[in-house]
Design a protein around this ligand. Structure first.
Ligand code: NDP
Ligand code: MG
Length: 396
């Protein structure tokens, strides 16, 4: 029997890779809903191709545009609007699994709705987990939802942990997680060399093809910081149980080190269709359209320490996780504002960590007890970051 899937963020990089995997298995998966934000024509084209029952768009204007485009192809697809529409298609009773691949904080509410509805949650949207880790993990447990990490590192760790992993390192003789990082496009660059790098240079990742925001995060190493927090919540460990290893070839996607000296790793092409197909079919394996690894072609694998002086974002994230409460949500929101400003050429690359550090510095201690606390912290941090942004504006 086929399974129904909702793809949140279907027009993005992860979304289109997910659609590619679905396309290869038409008998196995059926599309319940696809969501988009600015790329409405692409969204409608995908809805027509996959006979999606619903699509979700951000506004009434976008709905009108989508309905006009749909009418031309006489589709019975229903168009929903906004956050309510997103939560609806993430939690509908017919849906078996939800690909959470909206970028940033906007993905939190629908991803949480999927967890609360007890779905298989395919988690690409790491920002949702960073912001609301304890709440999100509790929602997964309380509702017997399944959480399959799609982020390639976390997917590799998931594959390298014991199948019956209990959430307790000592019970399984686990010493640490080795979280690999490519180092991004600016690996080995000095601070002076980074002073005037452009958005185009920052988004040109050497190994992975991804959306603009995560590409900048990879260049600042904030992506690795967010992933460190993501791993702590997913695998219930401390930040000091995770070692970041710069591995420029991106062949090993992460590792788990055990007390008997074994290190278990997952290797593969830098192609997100592998973790996506793994999450969709788990515990089975299906064709993902990815070519096999040729070890002779790769020939060598290198490993180095991260450069914390040049790339302070990794430690900013680690500190935010260790301080707990609203700090990870505040860090994430400040980062989203800083990255958007850098992409809009309003601030320099080096201003990104400075702005985030300033926002975190003025953040008061506060625990998270409910979703409202997270949303308020996110809002507070955005206001602070926008106010502080003027100090860094290139045109000031
Ligand atoms: P993209 O920018 O390529 O896609 C983002 C998706 O989210 C698009 O469908 C976009 O719609 C939609 N979107 C953007 N803003 C909003 C909003 N405010 N409300 C609703 N939908 C919105 O990003 P990626 O696919 O690269 O990344 C998606 C997530 O997956 C991120 O959290 C990222 O960290 C994570 N991830 C990505 C990896 C990758 O290889 N790309 C690897 C590991 C994790 P539209 O395009 O129509 O505007
Ligand atoms: Mg990753």
């Amino acid at each position: 029997m086929s399974q129904w899937i909702t793809v949140l963020g279907a027009t993005g990089s992860i979304g289109s890779s997910t659609l590619d995997v679905i396309r290869r298995h038409p008998a196995r998966y059926r599309v319940y809903a696809l969501t988009g934000f600015s790329r409405i024509a692409e969204l409608v084209a995908a809805a027509i191709e996959f006979s999606s029952r619903y699509i979700v768009v951000p506004s009434v204007e976008a709905k009108q545009k989508a309905e006009l485009l749909l009418a031309q192809d006489a589709q019975g697809c229903i168009v929903l609007v906004g956050e309510k529409g997103l939560a609806e298609v993430a939690s509908a009773p017919e849906v078996d699994m939800v690909m959470a691949s909206i970028v940033g904080a906007a993905g939190l509410v629908p991803t949480l709705a999927a967890a609360e509805a007890g779905k298989r949650v395919l988690l690409a949207n790491k920002e949702a987990l960073v912001m609301a880790g304890p709440l999100f993990m509790q929602a997964i447990r309380d509702n017997n939802a399944q959480l399959l990490p799609i982020d390639s590192e976390h997917n590799a760790i998931f594959q390298s942990l014991p199948a019956d992993y209990s959430g307790d390192f000592s019970q399984h003789g686990i010493e640490k997680i080795l979280l690999t990082a490519s180092g991004g496009p600016f690996r080995n660059k000095t601070k002076t060399e980074l002073a005037d790098v452009t958005p185009a240079q920052a988004v040109a990742h050497p190994n992975w093809s991804m959306g603009a925001k995560i590409s900048v995060d990879s260049a600042t190493l904030m992506n690795k910081g967010l992933e460190l927090i993501e791993a702590c919540f997913l695998f219930n460990c401390r930040a000091d149980q995770i070692q970041v290893v710069v591995h420029p070839q991106s062949v090993i996607h992460s590792m788990v080190q055990y007390s008997d000296g074994s290190v278990i790793a997952e290797l593969g092409q830098p192609d997100m269709r592998t973790p996506i197909a793994y999450g969709m079919a788990w515990p089975e394996r299906i064709d993902a359209g990815v070519k096999s690894l040729d070890l002779f072609e790769i020939a060598r694998l290198d490993f180095t320490q991260p450069d914390h002086q040049t790339f302070p974002c990794l430690n900013l994230a680690k500190d935010a996780f260790e301080r707990g409460g609203i700090f990870p949500a505040v860090l994430n929101a400040a980062n989203e504002i800083a990255v958007a400003a850098f992409l809009a050429e309003q601030i320099s690359f080096l201003a990104i960590p400075e702005l985030i550090a300033q926002v975190v510095q003025v953040c008061p201690e506060q625990n998270i007890t409910c979703l409202q606390d997270v949303l308020e912290a996110d809002d507070w941090a955005r206001t602070q970051a926008n106010a502080l942004l003027t100090n860094y504006r290139l045109d000031a």
